[in-house]
Unconditional design. Structure first.
Length: 270
């Protein structure tokens, strides 16, 4: 993975950083590269409206069904940035992009002969997007936070080996490991595109930090697990994130963490 540009905060709390690393990702997706964009889902009203107008009618209707305003804004911004990024990669106006959906709701580009595969996830104000040619992938991001009943949730959804590994950790380590495990498993589910049809306890991932990030087995089939690649994305403090796909490991290239406003400005200026 390429080095991530550090974001600094000055005394006025204003973020200052170079976006040269992000500009490198605006080139054409080629070879086996995976481009990863990390975006903070906060923006002024004028930017939210700007994203809203490029959504499709069904996306706008979904946005209006959210009960809470912060959920509506996060959805509008996350879909708007997805459209803006994909539009740049396939040279199409963001509003003209059409998605098709799998039986479990996974979106795909419906533009004819588009080689780009993508996936995205957002949690508590942060979104993660990954794009690559000719390889379906899954992405998940989770805010690391105290969670009541964590051990009971793990026993319901993790496989026995993962539960034992989790319970062997200190409480502080356990909280981080739980969300890392969850994000790794969800990334696989999203890569396959079968949603809740895949039991999370039917396969095993590594849990602890500092060790290998990988699938251990699928239904005790270790050979099948070796056919899959799994990456942690650790550039976002206080979040666990993972990327999974059924292929040999691909190179990951990532941007600094950016705001919606910064991404839109970058796309317009390049």
């Amino acid at each position: 993975m390429s080095e991530n540009t550090t974001i600094h905060t000055d005394r006025q709390g204003n973020k200052t950083h170079t976006i040269e690393a992000a500009k490198d990702l605006l080139c054409e997706l080629a070879g086996r590269d995976i481009h990863v964009w990390a975006v903070q889902l906060f923006a002024p009203d004028i930017v939210v409206e700007r994203c809203f107008v490029i959504l499709s009618p069904d996306e706008r209707a979904r946005a209006e069904r959210f009960v809470f305003e912060h959920h509506r804004r996060a959805y509008v911004l996350s879909r708007g940035i997805l459209r803006a990024l994909l539009g740049r990669y396939i040279s199409l106006h963001p509003a003209d992009i059409q998605f098709s959906y799998g039986s479990k709701g996974k979106p795909h580009l419906s533009e004819f002969a588009s080689a780009i595969r993508f996936n995205c996830s957002h949690s508590d104000g942060m979104a993660l997007y990954a794009m690559t040619p000719h390889c379906d992938l899954g992405v998940d991001i989770e805010k690391i936070r105290p969670l009541q009943g964590m051990e009971q949730i793990a026993q319901c959804f993790f496989c026995p080996e993962e539960v034992r590994e989790l319970l062997s950790l200190t409480p502080v380590e356990r909280e981080v490991a739980f969300f890392r495990c969850w994000s790794r498993k969800e990334a696989y589910v999203k890569a396959v595109g079968d949603g809740l049809a895949i039991p999370l306890d039917g396969f095993r991932v590594t849990v602890t930090t500092g060790g290998p990030v990988e699938f251990v087995h699928f239904g005790n089939d270790r050979a099948l697990a070796n056919e899959w690649a799994l990456h942690d994305f650790t550039a976002i403090a206080s979040y666990a994130a993972a990327i999974a796909y059924h292929e040999a490991p691909r190179p990951l290239r990532s941007t600094p963490v950016m705001t919606v406003t910064e991404v839109l400005a970058l796309l317009e200026s390049s």
